[in-house]
Design a protein. Structure first.
Length: 475
């Protein structure tokens, strides 16, 4: 009986090791480090690297062959099947605790009830947005002709709105004619279209570390190889950036150059110049996400302004300052790329959202919008000061004091795991944004992003204080 039990334990352990190999290969395929047609490591090589027996690896490979994930070529080895299994975003990245998973943060924020607090979300409270201006615009739109309410819009987008965006971009030193601007449903859709237009599966894309976590999700959806570069208060660490570019030869670099998400930093002119020189030297394109432009007091350097929209694609959105319900963004790029992006937009979305574009145009054309933004910037500045001071009392210190915007990127007290804090806070109906959700390298365990406009309720600080005082095993 003892021998039988030992054999059963050995068989169970063997199956567990086989499943471990299968999971490893599946993750490499999903993460595009093994692309369709690529040769898998040899049985002996993988067995040695994973410290397993060759029979365990053979068993795992045979099971993967049986399910169609890989192919066996006698005398040659094993290869990734050309027809990949349905793509699952959750398998494309590291297996993280859901508290630090970008989808978890997004879902908790979007599905939160009215009584829930959302210091970890990325938007303003409804009461901070220009509700009166939106209502006036809606009444004006209701009286417009039937085409504005019922017809498809041009795939390039409403001409008067593109003209207005062109003028607004000029205020930041970016020269773009209306024909170089295409409207999109949001900044997120703009990036998605650009990735569809420029990327092939397996292409390398550089991101800041930390960066907006949905960049990771979008790029994984396009099966790109994502490489992170540490971010500093003046932009990417330029020495490491240069080294990574030379080694990885990326197709794209995606960043916020003005108000960086999540850090609140701004790109310096010196760093911008170096980044553009490297883009020219190594032939990669830059996506400059500028959705926080209207929050600035003084305009930070724009890569698109220095570059003239040659290697830089500039995107923006009005979801943060007008309404997240009226989704409207834009892409500005060189004319030949706008032509290709417009065709792609027709293929994936057909016409433009004319009614939303008309609504956004009406609000932006109203003199009340500029007054709203002046008030909003002042309100955010007061909130930034108040929230920063109250967090410091708890031992939570800002990485830097941003000049504008809504985000504070903060370091928690030594030894505190932000994921543990987020889980404990969620039990008390507070949604937080732990640092590793923004970090490709998973080196932001002790950081957290706070949206100051959503962090003014005293309950946030009460819960944070309670959680931080608990021992690790109690959180």
């Amino acid at each position: 009986m003892v021998r039988k039990a030992v054999r059963m334990d050995e068989e169970l352990a063997g199956r567990t090791r086989v499943e471990m190999v299968i999971a490893t290969i599946r993750q490499r395929i999903a993460g595009r480090s093994l692309t369709p047609g690529a040769k898998l490591p040899s049985v002996r090589g993988l067995a040695a690297s994973m410290k397993l027996s060759t029979s365990t690896v053979v068993d795992a490979y045979e099971r993967l062959v049986a399910e169609g994930a890989i192919l066996s070529r006698p005398g040659s080895g094993f290869y990734v099947a050309n027809q990949a299994a349905p793509f699952a975003l959750t398998e494309a990245g590291p297996k993280l605790d859901r508290a630090v998973d970008p989808f978890w943060i997004s879902r908790q924020s979007l599905e939160a009830g009215e009584a829930d607090l959302k210091p970890g979300c990325g938007w303003l409270p409804p009461s901070w947005l220009p509700g009166d201006g939106m209502r006036r615009a809606l009444r004006t739109l209701a009286r417009s002709d039937g085409a504005a309410l019922a017809d498809y819009g041009s795939p390039l987008g409403l001409p008067p709105l593109r003209q207005l965006i062109s003028r607004r971009m000029g205020e930041h030193g970016i020269e773009a004619s209306p024909d170089q601007i295409m409207l999109a449903e949001s900044g997120t859709q703009a990036i998605d279209l650009i990735c569809r237009f420029l990327l092939e599966p397996g292409d390398t894309v550089l991101v800041d570390d930390p960066c907006y976590f949905n960049f990771h999700a979008l790029l994984r959806a396009h099966r790109a190889k994502i490489v992170g570069v540490p971010y500093t208060p003046s932009g990417p660490d330029i020495e490491q950036f240069a080294q990574v570019v030379a080694e990885q030869r990326p197709r794209l670099y995606i960043t916020n150059s003005a108000i960086h998400n999540p850090t609140g930093a701004a790109l310096s002119p010196v760093t911008a110049h170096r980044v553009l020189k490297l883009a020219d030297q190594f032939d990669f394109t830059i996506i400059e996400d500028d959705i926080f432009a209207d929050f600035e007091y003084a305009a930070a350097p724009r890569l698109a302004a220095f570059d003239g929209l040659d290697r830089v694609i500039h995107i923006g959105s009005f979801s943060k300052t007008l309404s997240a319900s009226a989704r409207c963004g834009f892409v500005a790029a060189k004319p030949e790329w706008i032509d290709g992006l417009t065709d792609l937009k027709i293929a994936t979305a057909f016409g433009g959202g004319r009614m939303t574009a008309e609504l956004v145009l009406a609000v932006l054309s109203d003199g009340g919008y500029r007054k709203h933004m002046e008030t909003l910037r002042q309100r955010l500045a007061r909130a930034m000061t108040e929230v920063s001071a109250r967090l410091k009392v708890l031992g939570i210190t800002p990485w830097l004091e941003p000049q504008a915007g809504m985000f504070l990127w903060c370091r928690l007290p030594e030894g505190i795991d932000a994921a543990d804090v987020a889980r404990a806070a969620l039990e008390r109906r507070i949604v937080l944004a732990p640092g590793n959700a923004f970090s490709l390298s998973q080196t932001a365990t002790g950081f957290m992003r706070f949206n100051v406009s959503q962090t003014l309720d005293a309950r946030v600080f009460e819960v944070l204080g309670d959680v931080l005082r608990k021992r690790p095993e109690e959180r």
